[in-house]
Design a protein around this ligand. Sequence first.
Ligand code: ATP
Length: 247
Amino acid sequence: MSVTVPVLEVERLSFAYGPCKALDDVAFQVQPGECAILLGPNGAGKSTLFSLVTRLYEAPAGQIRIAGRSLRQESCAALSRLGVVFQQPTLDLDLSVAQNLRYHAALHGLSRREAELRIREELERQGMYGRRDEKVRQLNGGHRRRVEIARALLHRPALLLLDEPSVGLDVPSRRALVDHIHALCRSQGLAVLWATHLIDEIGADDSLIVLHKGRVRAWGPVREVLASQGAATVSAAFHRLTAEGEG
Ligand SMILES: Nc1ncnc2c1ncn2[C@@H]1O[C@H](COP(=O)(O)OP(=O)(O)OP(=O)(O)O)[C@@H](O)[C@H]1O
């Protein structure tokens, strides 16, 4: 019997900024092909968790494994399996789409030939290959996001981290982004950890990780979290889970 290694394993993770406990004994897993939505009110600890998974900060307590590799003990191997789209766009506006992607491919040590093949593949997947020679400045927000996703997937990560990537997008661009990410999970077996405030971005087959005041209040498939809270909607379950401990 084959055992699937989780793409992301977070175990007993805690982190504090001085006296302020930002994460307290956080644990969850994301499996291949799973889209896990990280929901939490302001200050819940989402950015701190992302900073630890991307190794911007070192976790003093707990363990993070990406595709079975410990972020602490095998950090290069672990990080090479990670793609990230930050909330703030990070493309160079004065370079073309292809130039931005080539730069990223070089950082990941891809050969020129391999880089060109993957750039084509990822941009075609996003319907952006015909625009590869345009400067990023000429693209609208939705198209820039697509380029960022193509870039994050260029080195074929097992795990894609999305930090509120739909902020600032209009409704059709947001819908297209949500559909696209879900299609990638299904077709590529990509695992996604997606931080969002927007409950309408959640699909029926996604899983939820609800973080509040640094602790995981619920983790599991959407329907199980709804059932555990006796809630009809994600919004109602979220309000129940995050009202606890207020005041
Ligand atoms: N650099 C810092 N120094 C001190 N405290 C911090 C720092 N960054 C975050 N915090 C605190 O840590 C806790 C978690 O913050 P974090 O930014 O991770 O939450 P978040 O869920 O990302 O919030 P938001 O949705 O508002 O971005 C909060 O109480 C916050 O005030």
